[in-house]
Design a protein around this ligand. Structure first.
Ligand SMILES: CC(=O)SCCNC(=O)CCNC(=O)[C@H](O)C(C)(C)COP(=O)(O)OP(=O)(O)OC[C@H]1O[C@@H](n2cnc3c(N)ncnc32)[C@H](O)[C@@H]1OP(=O)(O)O
Ligand SMILES: CC(C)C(=O)C(=O)O
Length: 851
């Protein structure tokens, strides 16, 4: 960020009411010294409602760098930590910051560290204890809160959670100046955080907002456009189905996210402020560019147990084995804009099977004919194929507690080797009273009879969820859960539907259910944690710690509103910390994580933020000198897992350098290293794209290849194929473009158009051929690598003008949205590829729903 941008953010932080602003690292460079000085002078003396923030600058302990000593260390080394801290207190320190520098702690562990320091450090009563938690496992927010709970009274956070690698605990939002885009499903400030995609949620919201919202968007400075009478901003609605009730969606004023605050409850008095942001601007992927190094690699994981027990619906022979239930294709698809075609869902299901997930929730078959067909296909094609280790995943379909939904679900899954019906009904007062309009007795009876009905169809694997369990009365939960066990449920899933619990609370809920529900020993307890407060990963782990043996997650954490617990965070924490969690382990083959993440990102159109834990582009990138120095000396200094564990390979580790003389074998091998197993026609097509880039570019980097794979492989079914484009542009006249597209029969269509620029002209030429009027809602471009010969990656979001509308709560018609991505060294070609990809997705879905 520039000095002026930093100053503007400091002013904003002061308005927000933060107590201390760490303004920079003055010794790192002259500009930072000057900026911190300026902030100290201007912001550090400016009263906001009588409050002047403390201005702080970071410095190494040059003589003896104790920074690393402060992260979680084995209990037996704690004495050293108390000693160092005691000494600095004697020397005059006023605040003790306890950093989990590499984001390696989980909440119980970090909380214990704070407790121990408070109990054992001489003189600690005279200073303030602070947390500083990094987010490498997605646990920074939970660790920070646990630290606060255990007595820290100074919590170090960043706006939007940005920071080194996967970032820090988050306050909120510096998206524009930092260029660090937040993902749509980022809690609190993401574009989807208050958007409701699925019919059942919309129905609830229409009846009473508290059914699916735990805070008012207005509290954090977000204004609903329909209430404000405005329709600015992103259209994030795209339901797969027609719903009886009027559909509801929050459209945000485009400037709103930049004004929001993570700890909304305590900060709701703060005035709101905005900074406009409509497109994604993160410019450069900074995936692994390390030179191979001889230094020691991060610790290898303790091998707890690798065998996956045989599948028995209501029993796991090994008590430490935790089933991973992936709901990317059901809850994930409920993310606004994430509608996927049948082929895309099938591809993802295959990848989930490769990953080794135990259960794939493939959809909600009653929601539409298309979803029923997609789930059926997945049941037949993925639910009967054994993977490398002989594992065949369970295929599951969601259903409300009614016969029609359950029939559809059974029809969809019954061809799988291991079919499962998942039925649910809400149990919280607010949902029963306003949404269902049912008494407790009616809800119990419905749940009991529908579980029995599902069993009567011949399904011996029935999961039941008391929706909104996180806000349900305990005694009522024990009662209804006891009844469904008697009726034949084999898994009881406990959802924190609105992401309202914090880890201790959710863990206690699982422990209480385990202790008080009659017959619970005969079933599997499961968790399903939404991420509205950024706590879903920690809640899920607490659930496991307290006895849950099935964890419901999604790839990249996508899902309704702020999404779900993410598979990669939960699985990698169990892999890194399984021992601390009592020896828990999963059957996930983690080296397929990156491929799954990329595929879901491309198909759902939901891009993960660069600082997303595990799979974000920066998760293994080291930006600052001190970290880079540490990495060069020993990778374990700043990495808690090696990228290879999740299928991400450092450049050149193989020694393969691809260029214009490389052949398909080298390309395939290199792609395999990067986590992509590509063959056949896809490999061939990719090969020619690769060759054309290699002819122009001396060095083909991993990022170039990743961009090409995204563009070539993750494309929707082809309705129109991009052929050629020719543009003329400049200052002397209108830009003109000629575009050749090829239809399904191989016929070439050529159109010409003028436009305000070359991309506009090319898009108009495409429109002339396709004749399906669309509106361009978003357009963003980023350079994949540095330099003039970089590959440009384009992302567009479009909406159809004449069809695919749905009704907004305000009564207006809202168009569904479709995303497309493209990559090329030529920005116009990249742009046209993205545009044609989005159009193909729109036409493909239209074809699918009309057939
Ligand atoms: C927490 C979750 O994630 S729940 C899953 C959310 N997923 C979805 O909603 C999938 C997409 N949804 C859809 O396609 C549609 O909502 C459909 C096809 C399922 C239903 O559409 P419609 O029949 O038009 O109903 P609509 O969605 O408007 O309203 C939901 C109705 O189901 C009822 N309902 C909601 N949950 C349940 C349940 N678990 N069991 C029984 N009835 C339920 C509501 O009370 C409401 O009933 P009402 O009409 O008597 O008031
Ligand atoms: C259907 C249930 C499990 C759900 O998605 C939720 O409650 O969030």
């Amino acid at each position: 960020m520039s000095p002026n941008q930093k100053l503007a953010i400091a002013h904003q932080l002061a308005k927000l009411g933060v107590d201390i602003i760490e303004a920079g690292f003055p010794a790192s460079n002259k500009a930072d010294l000057e900026t911190v000085k300026l902030i100290a002078q201007e912001v550090g003396n400016d009263s906001n409602d009588g409050w002047v923030p403390v201005i702080c600058g970071l410095a190494r302990c040059n003589k003896n760098d104790v920074d690393k000593a402060w992260e979680a260390m084995p209990e037996d080394q704690r004495e050293f930590l108390y000693e160092v801290l005691g000494e600095v207190i004697k020397a005059g320190a006023t605040t003790l910051c306890i950093p989990d520098t590499v984001g390696y702690n989980w909440p119980r562990e970090f909380g214990q560290l704070i407790t121990d320091i408070k109990a054992n450090t001489p003189g600690v009563k005279n200073v303030v204890v602070s947390t500083h938690c990094h987010n490498d496992l997605g646990l920074a927010t939970a660790n920070t809160l646990e630290g606060g709970y255990m007595g820290a009274r100074h919590l170090e956070v960043t706006i939007n959670g940005i920071g080194e690698r996967a970032g820090n605990a988050s306050l909120e939002e510096v998206e524009d100046y930092s260029g660090m885009r937040v993902q749509p499903h980022k809690p609190i400030v993401g574009a989807n955080a208050f958007a409701h995609e699925s019919g059942i949620h919309q129905d609830g919201i229409l009846k009473n907002k508290s059914t699916y919202e735990i805070m008012c968007p207005e509290d954090i400075g977000i204004h609903r456009s329909n209430e404000a009478g405005l329709t600015l901003g992103k259209l994030s609605f795209s339901s797969v189905t027609s719903c009886k009730h009027v559909l509801y969606n929050f459209l945000f004023m485009s400037q709103s996210p930049a004004s929001t605050i993570a700890m909304a409850a305590s900060l709701s008095h703060i005035p709101t402020f905005f900074s406009p942001t409509t497109t994604y601007t993160n410019p450069i992927r900074t995936l692994l560019h390390f030179k191979p190094s001889l230094t020691q690699s991060p610790k290898s994981f303790p091998i707890l147990c690798s065998r996956r027990p045989d599948y028995i619906p209501n029993h796991i022979p090994n008590p430490n084995y935790v089933r991973i239930f992936d709901t990317t294709l059901r809850d994930g698809e409920q993310s606004p804009g994430a509608t996927m075609t049948t082929k895309e869902k099938l591809d993802i299901a295959r990848q989930l099977a490769k990953l080794g997930v135990d259960i794939i929730e493939a959809g909600f078959p009653a929601s539409s004919e298309a979803d029923l067909e997609a789930v059926k296909l997945i049941a037949q094609e993925v639910g009967n194929v054994a993977g490398e280790d002989g594992h065949v995943p369970v295929i599951c379909g969601l259903a409300r507690c009614n016969k029609n939904d359950i029939d559809k679900s059974w029809e969809a899954v019954k061809d799988a080797k291991f079919p499962r019906i998942h039925t649910f009904i809400a149990t919280s007062e607010i949902h029963m009273q306003y949404k269902l309009k049912m008494s407790k007795e009616q809800v119990v009876e419905k749940a009991r009879s529908m579980v029995a009905y599902a069993r009567s169809l011949g399904c011996n694997d029935v999961e039941f969820s008391p929706e909104d369990a996180g806000r349900s009365e305990r005694e009522f939960l024990y009662e209804i859960l006891g009844e469904v066990i008697k009726a034949g449920a084999t898994t009881l899933n406990i959802p924190d539907t609105v992401g309202y619990n914090w880890p201790r609370e959710f863990g206690q809920l699982i422990a209480d259910i385990k202790a008080n529900t009659p017959g619970i020993e005969n079933v599997i307890i499961s968790t399903h944690c939404q991420n509205d407060l950024g706590l879903s990963t920690a809640n899920t782990l607490e659930g496991a710690y307290n006895g849950a043996r099935q964890l419901e997650v999604t790839i990249n954490g996508i899902g309704e509103r702020a999404g779900n617990a993410s598979l990669e965070e939960v699985v990698m924490t169990l892999k890194c910390k399984g021992e601390l969690l009592g020896g828990l382990y999963t059957g996930i083959s983690t080296r397929h994580i990156v491929m799954a993440s990329k595929m879901v990102e491309e198909y759902s159109g939901l891009q993960v933020q660069p600082h997303k834990a595990i799979v974000g582009a920066n998760a293994f990138a080291h930006e600052s000198g001190i970290h880079q120095d540490g990495m060069l000396k020993n990778k374990s200094t700043y990495e808690i897992m090696s990228p290879e564990d999740i299928g991400l390979f450092r450049s050149n580790e193989s020694g393969l350098t691809l260029g214009k003389l490389s052949g398909r074998h080298a390309l395939k091998a290199k792609l395999f290293e990067l986590g992509y197993d590509i063959d056949g026609r896809e490999l061939n097509d990719l090969f020619w794209r690769f060759k054309s880039v290699a002819e122009m570019k001396k060095v083909i980097t991993d990022d170039d290849l990743i961009a090409l794979v995204s563009d070539e492989v993750f494309q929707p079914c082809i309705v129109w194929k991009f052929g050629d484009v020719q543009v003329t542009c400049g200052t002397l006249g209108l830009s003109t473009a000629t575009v050749k597209l090829i239809d399904n029969d191989g016929t070439e269509h050529i159109s010409c158009s003028t436009g305000t620029g070359p991309v506009d002209a090319a898009y108009k030429a495409v429109d002339l051929t396709v004749k399906a009027p669309v509106k361009l809602l978003e357009y963003s471009m980023s350079a994949v690598t540095a330099g003039i010969d970089a590959i440009a990656s384009t992302r567009v979001v479009i909406a159809a003008e004449n069809y695919h509308t749905t009704t907004h709560a305000s009564g207006e018609q809202i168009a569904r949205t479709y995303s497309g991505t493209g990559a090329s060294m030529d920005i116009v070609i990249s742009s046209v590829r993205a545009y044609v990809g989005a159009i193909n997705k729109m036409l493909g879905l239209k074809k699918q729903s009309t057939s």
